[in-house]
Design a protein around this ligand. Structure first.
Ligand code: ATP
Ligand code: MG
Length: 263
């Protein structure tokens, strides 16, 4: 009976995962607004949930920049992500435009029309040359809050020339207006903020149970699923038993050790 419930709950939990049916592409209003801002050279910070299509904004803005004979850079915090974006942008813009890559490991066509770089390398480059790019895309810009690496994003923003346009993208910035105020003070120009709340990819919370496999974390009434509760109460019980047993062993050991020290 409960088995049937678990099987059905799992089916429901996993339903809809996969490649969606093809539909005609239509840019969302927040994407259109961001692209329009960038085409008017306005610094823009876009905060939109994961999978909502922030890359599309970057690509269309790069397209406009390249069509005007200007250059663009797309920065990401990770080498792997830079490699992925490099391949993605190559497929889109080559052979009409040159696409380059600039990471600690790989340097390809570094004077290309559009360069994909890790943010650290872009920041380092800014200390030598500053006026290379008309459009600067800072993807995953929430790294600015990272205690270790955040300064790299701060420096990149401060050192990017004021006549370049900044496009900053993130899924997880909670204080975009505060950041925009700071941008105004360091760059001396307004930063437009676009916040999109709509989540195209629904979040579902699951639990990987050692015996039952993937199960939803909660039931339909948002209560922790019984199997999850049982798992943790059994675990607590096991821990209590472990402590009881190790306590017994330890107390024996302590006695022995104590007598040893006394000797
Ligand atoms: N307007 C749209 N309608 C439907 N699909 C779209 C739209 N815009 C972009 N997409 C598709 O959405 C998918 C996810 O987009 P993308 O990788 O740009 O997400 P993201 O916002 O950058 O997410 P993340 O925060 O995880 O980096 C891509 O496959 C993209 O082609
Ligand atoms: Mg993205």
């Amino acid at each position: 009976m409960r088995n049937k419930f678990i099987i059905e709950a799992r089916e429901k939990f996993l339903s809809g995962i996969g490649v969606p049916e093809k539909q005609e592409f239509k840019a969302d209003p927040f994407q259109q607004l961001a692209i329009s801002n960038i085409s008017q050279s306005k610094d823009t910070l876009v905060v939109a949930p994961t999978g909502s299509g922030k890359t599309y904004i970057a690509i269309e803005s790069i397209r406009t920049t390249l069509s005007m004979g200007l250059r663009a850079v797309y920065t990401t915090p990770l080498k792997a992500l830079s490699n992925t974006k490099f391949n993605e942008l190559r497929n889109i813009f080559e052979p009409k435009h040159k696409v380059g890559l600039l990471t600690g490991d790989r340097k390809i066509e570094t004077d290309a029309d559009v360069v994909i770089a890790t943010t650290e390398i872009y920041r380092n480059e800014l200390y030598h040359v500053q006026d290379r790019y008309s459009l600067v895309v800072l993807d995953e810009v929430h790294f600015i809050a990272d205690p270790q690496r955040g300064a790299v994003w701060e420096e990149s923003i401060i050192l990017t020339p004021k006549d370049a346009t900044l496009l900053m993208l993130s899924a997880s910035i909670s204080n975009p207006y505060e950041i925009a105020e700071w941008l105004l003070t360091v760059r001396g120009k307004e930063c437009e903020v676009i916040v999109e709340e709509k989540r195209p990819v629904e979040l579902r919370f699951g639990f990987l149970h050692p015996q039952l496999g993937v199960i939803p974390l909660e039931d339909d009434k948002q209560r922790l699923l019984r199997e999850v509760r049982d798992f943790y109460s059994n675990k607590k019980k096991d821990q209590r038993d472990d402590r009881k047993w190790s306590g017994r062993k330890n107390s024996g050991g302590r006695r022995g050790g104590g007598s040893g020290r006394r000797r």
